[in-house]
Write a protein that binds this ligand. Structure first.
Ligand SMILES: C[S@@+](CC[C@H](N)C(=O)[O-])C[C@H]1O[C@@H](n2cnc3c(N)ncnc32)[C@H](O)[C@@H]1O
Length: 211
């Protein structure tokens, strides 16, 4: 199996995610949407089954939505989601975005950074900025390990379980869970606008703009 190939679990992905995290996993992804402008060019990287699409349509009303995912089955599922606006699907790996000259008003990477190995992550974090318009925004949602002793062991154990599951089912290569907000801030390329937490603080969503 190719690395990070979610085809085999695409059809049960949302069911499994909601079994473990309930509605929190979809709710957290939208918690900064109210701060974003409408009628803009929006890019979703690693968008999965497209479950977020109707929420984006309702809250962001994009002028143009570009949805990229590496998994063919994920893209097929996302294409079946009702959407009334202009939407473009790209079935490819994220690197393709850095070869083109397109810029976006809003970029969304929800539970995507956690599939990247540390070296892929350090390559991607500065490059996201090159995809953003000058007044653009970046929405990042993902998992985290809270340092509080009452939470960290639970977060660590649940993360290890997820990694093991995705190693077997999707040949996931990344096994790490860095502090993504810290990593993004360490690039000194982005300004943090907002952060929200959910699920015993194991999930976050953060809103960044260009510095
Ligand atoms: C953990 S899932 C998250 C899906 C979705 N964003 C969500 O929150 O439900 C990660 C997604 O990233 C996609 N992915 C993995 N490697 C990728 C790559 N190199 N380029 C683009 N997408 C990729 C997978 O196919 C999968 O749909």
């Amino acid at each position: 199996m190719k690395a990070n190939q979610f085809d085999h679990i695409a059809k049960v992905y949302d069911l499994l995610a909601s079994f473990v995290f309930g509605k929190k996993i979809i709710e957290i992804q939208q918690r900064t949407f109210y701060r974003l402008p409408k009628n803009k060019k929006v890019l979703i990287i690693g968008g999965g089954t497209g479950k977020i699409i109707p929420y984006i349509e309702k809250q962001l009303q994009p002028a143009h939505l570009v949805f990229l995912d590496y998994s063919k089955v994920m893209i097929e599922l996302a294409q079946k989601v009702d959407y009334n606006g202009l939407i473009e699907f790209i079935n490819d790996s994220y690197e393709v975005l850095f070869k083109q000259k397109e810029e976006y008003d809003i970029i969304i990477t929800n539970f995507f950074l956690d599939v990247l190995t540390p070296s892929q992550l350090s390559d991607v974090l500065p490059k996201i900025r090159t995809l953003m318009k000058d007044d653009g925004y970046w929405v990042v949602s993902d998992f985290r390990i809270d340092p509080h002793p009452k939470k960290k062991y639970f977060h660590w154990a649940l993360h290890k379980t997820m990694v093991l599951f995705f190693k077997v089912t999707a040949n996931l290569k990344n096994t790490t869970l860095p502090d993504y907000i810290k990593e993004i801030e360490a690039t000194k390329l982005y300004k943090k606008r907002a952060v929200k937490y959910a699920y015993f603080d194991m999930m976050f969503t953060a809103l960044f703009s260009k510095k």
